[in-house]
Design a protein around this ligand. Structure first.
Ligand code: SF4
Ligand code: FE
Length: 491
């Protein structure tokens, strides 16, 4: 059953998820002005799947049930599926200009599905069967699931078991007949509050001493012992201002990250996908990270499309659109953005089946994709700020533009004065100019900057993580052989 966006939002109300923000528990978090835009972004993944125009990229036929499911719950069956995934993410980036959060679950499904197959093959466990049953439940109920990988990590120089505080990596604290008890946390979890459930995965490759940390499982968001602390974003309290509209920038949509705490949470056996098989922690991490690095070649490109459009409008409203350097900057932004998309498509087109049968991206190209994402959005943002001009960050508030307070000697109001001095070309009203500049401010520096800039840097792994993978996959030895052959070097 495919849910509508509205049904999704209503389904969240049925959960008893424990959420904290600004030092207090938030009871009605679904309608909280800071949280709601991020819920709207996830809702868009449901609404677009209902539209005929987008059915091909937003939905797919499940290999498990044979039914049509939202692509966010699908196991990729071909390189076509992998490419459609990236196109779907670009579309959603264009429609929301933010992080729509549901990809982490999709990337976790695909990584856990293939890894559990190989764990079972080696150890005779039944994690793959557990996972298939779990995914059926997800697909049939069209759930949003937070794919959670990143542990708080404490002292980065120490392995999980060697940390002074053993909770700094999530671990098994008790093994029972009917399941396990886990303790720890997952940090900066995208969309965790807006998810019905969570799939937990280890965060790094592990050795035998880290056995208790090599754990993967699923649990509901409101399971006993679980709570979340909302991650605040730059300029987030603008969303709390009375009658806010223009100053928020992107009023309807937003992203979300939170700290998810597991305070002795019980996980039943049928929801466990890895439990001590430490030699498979690295595989799960590598696969999830690979998929999520591919994802960024879609979502950030969609947001980039909107930024390019906004920059072009800002130029028009400033009366600067005919200047050749502005045109050239828009070309440069487009070039960078399409380069990112090319990487997303390339790692998908070069994908191949896993042993379990679902498709995996080309890992080298996915890492190159994400490495570019750690750079190009910054340059695109720099050019957008260049085109927008300083007013983007010096403009008076929306309330000033709307104020009736008399300030001028001829009875002019504050609003009159703001509208007089911040007028641009005749192509747009002062309010339209205000709107596009606030939008750019939001993406470059405000709440949306989390998703477009810093998330581009650190999401799906910081730049160094990709460089390690690039060095592993880059085959320098093979390249040396090619050079030797052609240069006539025998040994
Ligand atoms: Fe999806 Fe992009 Fe957000 Fe990751 S950062 S969850 S890929 S929208
Ligand atoms: Fe992300």
């Amino acid at each position: 059953m495919l849910m509508t966006g509205k049904e999704y939002i209503e389904s969240l109300r049925k959960l008893n998820t424990r959420v904290y923000m600004f030092g207090e528990r938030v009871d009605n978090w679904v309608d909280h002005p800071i949280i709601r835009p991020s819920i709207n972004s996830v809702a868009a993944t449901y609404d677009l799947a209902q539209e005929d125009e987008y059915k091909d990229i937003m939905t797919a036929k499940s290999n498990i049930t044979g039914k049509i499911v939202n692509r966010f719950t699908h196991l990729h069956q071909s390189t076509e599926d992998l490419k459609n995934k990236v196109k779907m993410q670009r579309l959603l980036g264009q429609k929301t200009a933010s992080c729509f959060q549901r990809c982490v679950g999709m990337d976790a499904f695909n990584a856990v599905y293939s890894t559990t197959f190989e764990v079972d093959e080696k150890y005779g466990t039944s994690y793959h069967k557990n996972f298939i049953e779990y995914l059926k439940h997800v697909q049939e109920n069209d759930l949003t699931v937070d794919g959670a990988m990143t542990d708080p990590k404490g002292d980065r120089g120490l392995a999980p078991h060697a940390q002074k505080d053993p909770d700094l990596y999530l671990r098994i604290v008790e093994r029972r007949e009917d399941g396990i008890v886990v303790r720890g946390a997952k940090a900066h979890q995208t969309g965790s509050i807006n998810s019905h459930e969570h799939i937990i995965m280890p965060t790094i490759a592990m050795g035998e001493a880290d056995k208790d940390y090599a754990v993967s499982f699923a649990c509901e968001s409101d399971v006993e012992g679980l709570y979340m602390i909302y991650g605040r974003q730059s300029c987030d309290t603008r969303k709390m201002e009375k009658d806010n509209d223009i100053d928020v920038g992107n009023k309807k949509f937003g992203g979300q990250e939170a700290l998810v705490v597991f305070d002795n949470v019980f996980i039943p056996n049928n929801r466990i996908f890895l439990c001590g098989e430490y030699d498979f922690a690295g595989m799960m991490v590598e696969r999830f990270a690979g998929y999520h690095r591919q994802s960024y070649g879609g979502c950030k490109v969609g947001v980039g499309d909107v930024i390019i459009g906004a920059a072009a409008l800002a130029a028009e409203y400033n009366g600067a659109d005919k200047a050749s350097h502005i045109k050239d900057k828009l070309i440069e932004m487009t070039h960078l953005n399409e380069t990112l998309f090319s990487c997303g498509i390339a790692c998908s087109a070069e994908g191949c089946p896993t042993k379990a049968g679902n498709y995996q991206i080309d890992l080298l190209l996915a890492n190159v994709c994400k490495q570019n994402v750690t750079r190009f959005p910054y340059e695109i943002g720099r050019l957008a700020e260049d085109i927008a001009g300083g007013l983007m960050v010096t403009m008076p508030s929306e309330s000033d533009f709307k104020s009736d307070t008399i300030v001028g000697s001829n009875g002019e109001t504050l609003g009159d004065i703001c509208n007089k001095y911040f007028a641009g070309s005749d192509k747009a009203s002062t309010e339209e100019r205000q709107r596009i500049l606030r939008f750019l401010e939001n993406v470059c520096l405000g709440t949306a900057a989390v998703g477009y800039r810093t998330e581009s840097m650190h999401g799906a792994g910081s730049p160094q993580a990709q460089r390690i993978m690039i060095s592993r996959q880059g085959n320098i030895q093979g390249k040396k052989e090619m050079a030797k052959e052609l240069a006539g070097i025998k040994k």
